[in-house]
Ligand binder design. Structure first.
Ligand code: GDP
Length: 304
């Protein structure tokens, strides 16, 4: 709780007491060519854009500017109207009108695919879970679905390099992707990973967002930053899910909230609007319900 509060206060101080001096975070630069819009593949132009119409009438307030650059403001929410009660604890995610039923009642393994074109073709929305080997991906998937064995499928020999689809509540998919950055992987194996996984990202129309897992118990890793930047450059919507946020007692090195802040500093120059991020722990359950709620709002927006 303390950690969540500390991190929130780092990011929200200027939001809660606008408008001067201008929040440092409002100076994010926008260097990607394509707009990294709300975290769905749908273009915002297809929806009535409340913020745009209001902006045409009056200059954007410092509060709204902060909300637009630092927070993840979902479709249906005007940045001018964001209050701190709308922000999920331990995250920058604003909850909007599309948030709904989020708990997982049932989950079933559907199939493993070697190529994007072999993946299920039933047009259900899906979230891909991606991260460095050992980041805590299996633990997180198991924590989300509250089953011990679900993600183990992808750990079986032969399945580690496959795209594994799990059907949730018979209506949407969690997709377990191969971990990247195996310390001992040969160059050939790394190339394989990138070519087929990149093919999945670039061709999967039903991909609502990538959950990019980042280990908060270690300093920012080059390979994670490269992955985040690649996804950003290719306009793939993503949410940073920081794992192992319970690891507060590390005898050396920085605390998870400090590592998270360092990571955000390193990627901030690539985004005008910061991607959604959330702190989690599969050990304490931190962030589980909040992450599921976030997925519900992305999914419901995508669905309708
Ligand atoms: P994967 O290779 O990404 O699937 O990672 P695993 O889920 O197998 O986890 C790798 C290691 O990190 C295991 O020893 C887990 O027990 C540990 N781990 C995973 N999640 C957490 C977490 O939230 N907190 C802590 N303290 N350890 C974790």
């Amino acid at each position: 709780m303390l950690l969540r509060n500390r991190l929130l206060s780092l990011n929200l101080t200027s939001f809660l007491s606008p408008p001067s001096p201008p929040p440092k975070s409002a100076s994010f630069l926008f260097s990607f060519n394509k707009t990294i819009a709300h975290s769905t593949h749908k273009r915002p132009e297809s929806k009535p854009d409340v913020s745009a119409s209001r902006a045409a009438k009056q200059p954007m307030s410092e509060r709204a500017r902060f909300a637009k650059t630092v927070l993840f403001v979902p479709p249906g929410v005007d940045p001018e109207d964001v209050t701190d009660e709308m922000i999920l604890p331990g995250s920058n995610i604003v909850v909007g009108p599309y948030a709904g039923h989020s708990q997982i009642k049932e989950v079933e393994f559907v199939k493993s695919s070697g190529r994007a074109k072999d993946c299920p073709k039933d047009d259900r929305p899906e979230f891909a879970i991606l991260g460095r080997s050992n980041v805590g991906k299996s633990s997180l998937i198991n924590a989300l679905v509250r089953k011990k064995e679900v993600a183990l499928t992808s750990k079986k020999p032969g399945k580690t390099q496959l795209i594994n689809h799990f059907l949730v509540n018979k209506s949407w998919y969690i997709v377990d992707l191969p971990g990247y950055g195996f310390a001992r992987a040969s160059d050939a194996a790394r190339t394989d990973w990138s070519s087929f996984t990149k093919g999945y990202f670039l061709n999967r129309d039903t991909l609502v967002a990538v959950l990019l897992l980042i280990d908060a118990s270690v300093p920012p890793q080059r390979i994670d930053l490269d992955c985040a930047n690649w996804l950003g450059r290719n306009n793939i919507p993503m949410t940073f899910v920081f794992t192992k946020c319970d690891k507060l007692k590390a005898s050396k090195g920085k605390r998870p909230d400090e590592n998270i802040r360092d990571f955000q500093e390193l990627i901030r120059e690539n985004y005008k609007q910061h991607p959604a991020w959330i702190m989690t722990s599969s050990v304490t359950g931190l962030g589980r319900d909040e992450l599921l709620l976030h997925l519900s709002q992305l999914r419901n927006y995508w669905d309708q």
